[in-house]
Design a protein around this ligand. Structure first.
Ligand SMILES: *Cc1c(COP(=O)(O)O)cnc(C)c1O
Length: 452
């Protein structure tokens, strides 16, 4: 089941699917497997949820004066340095995460491209990253004409399996790029230890990791540099936008130069165009929007966490459903809230059929990421003139073959079911509706299989 789920398609369905349905009272209690349990909507029962879901993005009228102020100031672009909303946001973002510095960028993609350049990733290098992610993760590596080498995914955590990293290191490996997917922290201690041992950089793809925590520290401050996205669907959106975070002034000054057409600043003042670069700058309009949302992000993160914990406690009791495991002493922020689905617990009801049945209950859910490396993008890559110039034919052939070894990732793609973050901002009764829907589908799975 390929591409059952795409983020944008999913948001559209989430918004549209719950309009015309009627309400069914939620049953609480851990297990409702009795034959008389209310029927699934697909079998003619009443949908579990009809109240709709919080829309996203979401704004306040009180934000308008600050946005207007930027408009009327004529100071829209931060290229010349000087005061404005962008540096103000950078300071606030770094403070919120406990990072030494932050650099705002035009997008998450440009934040990552900047970070990789500053950590020395160049044409012909290899970067070890996670395949269970949005394509932009490895597009940032490809933008440098470097090779994204996929570590395997631990299906229990959906993040990079640290045990699968070392066997993929070659003399060309420059960096490891763990992805805190869905806002679930990667197990960073073993990843950092491997990086230190082999003298590799660690760039965190923290695009979905706003305020996620690992052993008391925030994601984005655990490696050499971290990259965030503020794209429209994200927990702190500005239409487009991103940020690099880090603990070193020198690295952040290099990032600043790269994102500002190579112009010197800070540590490098007076050195002119000392590095390559481009225009990857954020506008003051974006920063004005982001500054309004910091308190909102903090509050909503707690709501998502509480509702996710509530769902996990009950979902864990349903045969065939397994909540995702987090590293010890870590806290996720749930850009999506995922669980593992095993058809064996549901009389063989396929994941696609399960998701359709949930949709009929007024609860849109999707199937996580697909095995994108089978889509053709890497055939195009390794057959390009640039990649053929930079790697031997043998290496590229072995690279293409190596996707077959990603057994954990194949399983993660096959088993994941997820709901979208804004659903976790609904009230507790809506969480009960989600649980009720899963229990109904479980109790009637044999009939649903027959009907399909
Ligand atoms: C949002 C997101 C991106 C893309 O970031 P942009 O800001 O759209 O460039 C890439 N990877 C992941 C995992 C994301 O969540």
């Amino acid at each position: 089941m390929k591409n059952y789920f795409t983020r944008r398609g999913f948001i559209r369905t989430a918004a549209a699917s719950s309009a015309a349905l009627t309400w069914l009272s939620a049953r609480s209690g851990p297990t409702v497997f009795a034959a008389d349990a209310a029927k699934p909507a697909l079998l003619g029962g009443k949908p579990a949820h009809t109240g709709g879901w919080p829309k996203w993005p979401d704004w306040r009228e009180s934000w308008e004066p600050d946005i207007l102020k930027v408009l009327r100031s004529g100071n829209w672009c931060r290229a010349g340095g000087g005061p404005g909303k962008v540096p103000e946001f950078e300071e606030a973002w770094a403070k919120l995460l406990g990072a030494k510095r932050s650099l705002a960028t035009a997008s998450g993609t440009t934040a990552l491209i900047t970070s990789l350049h500053v950590m020395g990733v160049d044409a012909g290098d290899e970067v070890i990253c996670s395949p269970f992610t949005f394509s932009a993760t490895y597009f940032a590596i490809l933008a440098h004409k470097a090779l994204p080498v996929f570590a395997d995914t631990d299906p229990a955590t959906l993040t990079m399996d640290p045990k699968s990293i070392e066997c993929r290191i070659t003399e060309r490996t420059k960096a490891i790029m763990p992805v805190h997917i869905y806002g679930m922290p990667c197990d960073m201690d073993p990843i950092n230890a491997i990086a230190r041992k082999h003298k590799l950089a660690v760039v965190e793809d923290s695009w979905q990791g706003w305020l996620a925590e690992y052993k008391g520290r925030k994601c984005g401050t655990l490696g050499d540099l971290g990259a965030f996205s503020f794209q429209n669907s994200k927990h702190i959106p500005a239409g487009e936008g991103g940020a690099v975070t880090g603990m070193s002034d020198e690295l952040l000054d290099r990032c600043f130069a790269y994102h500002n057409c190579g112009r010197a600043n800070g540590t490098f003042k007076g050195r002119g165009l000392f590095t390559r670069g481009g225009n990857y700058r954020m506008q003051h309009f974006q920063a004005a929007l982001l500054l309004q949302q910091i308190d909102k992000l903090v509050k909503e993160t707690e709501v998502r966490r509480a509702n996710a914990d509530y769902l996990s406690a009950s979902l864990a009791k349903i045969p065939g459903i397994t909540p995702v495991r987090l590293p010890e002493n870590s806290r996720a922020v749930w850009h999506l809230y995922p669980w593992r689905y095993n058809p064996e617990g549901f009389n063989g009801l396929s994941k696609g059929q399960f998701c359709r049945a949930m949709g009929a209950e007024g609860i849109s859910c999707g199937g996580g990421y697909s095995e994108q490396y089978n889509d053709g993008i890497f055939d195009e890559t390794i057959n390009s003139t640039g990649y053929k110039r930079l790697w031997s034919a043998d290496r590229l052939k072995a690279y293409r073959e190596s996707f077959k070894d990603l057994k954990g990732n194949a399983r993660a793609c096959a088993e994941t079911v997820a709901i979208y973050q804004s659903m976790l901002l609904a009230d507790r009764s809506a969480m009960d509706h989600i649980l009720e829907a899963v229990r109904k589908i479980h109790a009637h799975s044999a009939e649903l299989v027959k009907k399909a």
